[in-house]
Design a binder for this molecule. Sequence first.
Ligand SMILES: *Cc1c(COP(=O)(O)O)cnc(C)c1O
Length: 456
Amino acid sequence: MANIPYKTYLTEQETPKQWYNLRADMKEQHAPLLNPGTLEPLSAEDLYPVFCEKLSQMEVDETTRYFDIPQEVQDYYKTFRPSPLVRAYNLEKALDTPAKIYFKFEGNNTSGSHKLNAAAAMAYYAKEQGLTSLTTETGAGQWGTALSMACAFYGLDLLVYMVKVSYEQKPFRKAVMETFGASIIPSPSDTTEVGKAILAKNPNTGGSLGCAISEAVEKSMSDDKCRYVLGSVLNQVLLFQSIIGIESKLAMDKLGEYPDVVVGCAGGGSNLGGLMSVYMQDKLLGKANTRFLAVEPASCPSFTRGKYAYDFCDTGRITPLAKMYTLGSDFMPSANHAGGLRYHGMSPILSKLYHDGYMEAIAVEQTKVFDAAVLFAKNEQILPAPESAHAIYGAIEEALKCKESGEAKTILFGLTGTGYFDMQAYMNYNEGKMSDHIPTDEELAQGFATIPNTGK
Ligand SMILES: *Cc1c(COP(=O)(O)O)cnc(C)c1O
């Protein structure tokens, strides 16, 4: 039928040797991180107590266009990269669309998601600095798993604060992390001041990512050989995830293809920021006019209904302030939300690009997301993570528009991971028990009320 193969892999020689820093090509930079006490911009040095030095420097670097991937990280990447670029012929046929649909599949590693790309780099730089341990938070568990794997590989101890509801619902996730040697604490916990305070206020809380972040940051500050790492949102994470976009572009170049639209799910923005990085570079340099589409849950609609403002990255209000699209650091998606992407904020880089009109966003109810997940699973034979299914939904919508207009557009989306640990959500969906919750303006207003008034 076609001269384009179902799967395209790069050879070891072709795989990228550098990460790409999109900030170096942005016309305007996002507003800097601020010290929440003084409201002064933070330098790399200011971040050293929390992040390891190299990562702190990368976090604030607006000018270095390419960073060499250390040989040790390249070697580690070989254990699970390159990932395939897949032409979704089966899905195209099921949709009867003239569109060409491609996806980059990042779920082919034990963590089950793209998060290992960043975990590998972060654990490496921590080890290089002579640190002995890391702390982090995890929600659904993909990030904690990825970091457990990377810490095991580089010989670092890891303490993971796992959002309590996930800890209770996903015991197998915990077991995987423990197998790789990590210690897991359900959050909020009484191991930190911030956790104790949150428990005192709300003893029955199931926790949130924002709260687990507060605990992990506090814990890391109490040990000089320990630092904190975060699996999304940050500029350094988008930098490491650029490997997804660079590989995609190299593979599509080989096929003589270029996307008209790039689609990704958006939680904190790291996979989408990585996938679109080099295509956005072309757009910023006037070489292409690709559309970029972020797909988020209707129950946690940071882009589409959030405010563009300085806000805390955590519930305990101990992190720096970031200017981003936010629902307020106290915001919690409704309890029936099973689709992931629950974070209240969004990458400052993506927030700036969205604010300046370089990107679009849509919010989708979870039942529609699972409809898309199941259609995709039946045709492409991969059980997607609910998070990834947001991107599938977006790609299907674009393909159906092509069917109406008769245009044969080229669509590229990020399939970030697999859903083996999300079977409760799939069971609810299969049994017709899944419902949607779209927060009312009044509900969102409660979260907005917690956004600090910085005057900036
Ligand atoms: C964490 C995660 C996401 C969302 O995070 P981003 O930073 O927005 O990419 C999406 N898909 C999977 C499978 C994840 O684990």
